[in-house]
Design a protein around this ligand. Structure first.
Ligand SMILES: [Zn+2]
Ligand SMILES: [Zn+2]
Length: 97
């Protein structure tokens, strides 16, 4: 069985917490994403820009990559997981349901 990948990340390395990624029949692993920005704007349905980066900090995610979501309205940035080198980004707590 080939490993499932999400944008180059191997599933066993990715955060499989259901708040952040879920297995969907027929689609494989699908990332969840925020629906409200830190300022309260509704950002579901493509009203945000999804990105990601790696960095040089000591977090485990510095290798596997951070996910960031930028509100198209106010450019506020949500990040998962939190990065100590990006204090201006608001850590996202994940999908509630
Ligand atoms: Zn916003
Ligand atoms: Zn970092």
């Amino acid at each position: 069985m080939p490993r499932e990948t999400v944008r180059g990340m191997r599933a066993h390395e990715y955060d499989l917490d259901p708040r952040f990624a879920r297995l969907v029949p027929g689609r494989g692993m699908v990332e969840t994403s925020p629906v409200v920005c830190p300022a309260g704007h509704q950002i579901g349905g493509g009203r945000m820009t999804v990105g990601g980066f790696t960095c040089q900090c000591s977090q485990e995610a510095s290798d596997t990559g951070y996910r960031i979501w930028t509100c198209n309205e106010c450019l506020a940035v949500l990040i998962h997981p939190a990065c100590p080198q990006r204090p201006a980004f608001t850590p996202w707590e994940g999908a509630i349901s």
